[in-house]
Design a protein around this ligand. Structure first.
Ligand code: G1P
Length: 297
């Protein structure tokens, strides 16, 4: 059995309507978290986990995303001429090996399962990772790397999991697990966006997956699930029925939902405060801001 995970799929076809009007002109994945586009965080996490092939599932209007990963010879030459070596390094750290990125189009917005299925010919018959760039995870050891290490022991399929407040569980894929105490848990069932009150637990799926190619076969059925969409969760759940080989992985780290405005702002503050060059100024500003608001109440 082959356990090395070399390919990763990045579903980036969403229209990002929650961030209109910004996303009228800029793909959501290019929106900036401190000074790097959202997608760069997911790419760096995948690289740290040993991923060598990066498959983007895109859609109309995502040209800026493809350009972002191109080399920038004019910019490079001008930074070089000015002796700006630190910036040059930053620029070069975003370069990808030739041929390492492939793009496939999702022609219709039919759901996350459908987006991943669009990459099936590039994935072939090997395990692969899926990273949802909206979920940004700050961790000492990057989340996907934690999962790749755990997966080397389990094989099968693995989904990242996190406890969420019960009232929020219906916004996620939710796991049915025997106990929620260990970091790796066998999954007995999973349900996408359960109706409030029917959640099997408060353990939610977060956007990191390591999947077997069988999941793609299940997606061939194109069955519609929650919200009328073809759901990745449902295809993974079929693997539980077929082979009982799905694990939930409770990662170490802090997850930010950059698909929501509040989550994006929280991530901006947290990542800003984690930076040596920004911490003091930002912290001072936040203290003053809070004090001013309290005084005004
Ligand atoms: C997707 C998945 C869901 C998962 C969530 C994590 O939902 O379908 O199972 O819990 O990502 O962010 P979406 O946020 O696209 O509605």
């Amino acid at each position: 059995m082959q356990y090395k995970v070399k390919k990763a799929v990045f579903p980036v076809a969403g229209q990002g309507t929650r961030f209109l009007p910004a996303t009228k002109a800029v793909p959501k994945e290019i929106m900036t978290l401190v000074d790097r586009p959202l997608i760069q965080y997911a790419i760096d996490e995948a690289r740290a986990a040993g991923i060598e092939e990066f498959i983007f599932v895109t859609s109309r209007g995502k040209g800026a995303l493809e350009d972002y990963f191109d080399h920038a010879p004019e910019l490079e030459a001008s930074l070089q001429a000015k002796g700006k070596t630190a910036l040059l390094e930053t620029l070069r750290s975003t370069y990808m090996d030739s041929g390492a990125i492939a793009y496939v189009r999702q022609h219709q917005a039919l759901g996350l399962g459908h987006a991943v299925w669009c990459a099936r010919h590039l994935i072939g018959d090997e395990p692969f990772a899926v990273l949802l760039p909206d979920d940004v995870i700050a961790a000492d050891k990057p989340c996907l790397q934690q999962m790749v290490e755990a997966y080397a022991e389990t094989g099968g399929n693995m989904v990242a999991a996190m406890e969420v407040p019960q009232e929020k569980a219906s916004s996620y894929g939710v796991l049915d697990v025997p106990t929620a105490i260990s970091s790796v848990m066998p999954v007995r069932g999973m349900v996408e966006k359960p109706a409030p009150g029917t959640e099997p637990s408060n353990l939610a799926v977060i956007g990191r997956y390591i999947l077997s190619p069988q999941v793609l076969t299940h997606l061939d059925g194109q069955k519609r699930g929650a919200g009328g969409e073809i759901q990745l969760t449902d295809a993974i759940a079929q693997e539980i029925t077929r082979a009982n080989n799905v694990h939930g992985y409770r990662f170490e780290g802090q997850r930010y939902d950059c698909g929501s405005k509040a989550g994006f702002l929280q991530a901006t503050l947290a990542f800003g405060l984690a930076r040596d060059d920004l911490r003091d100024e930002l912290e001072e500003f936040l203290f003053d801001m809070v004090a001013m608001r309290q005084a005004a109440q």
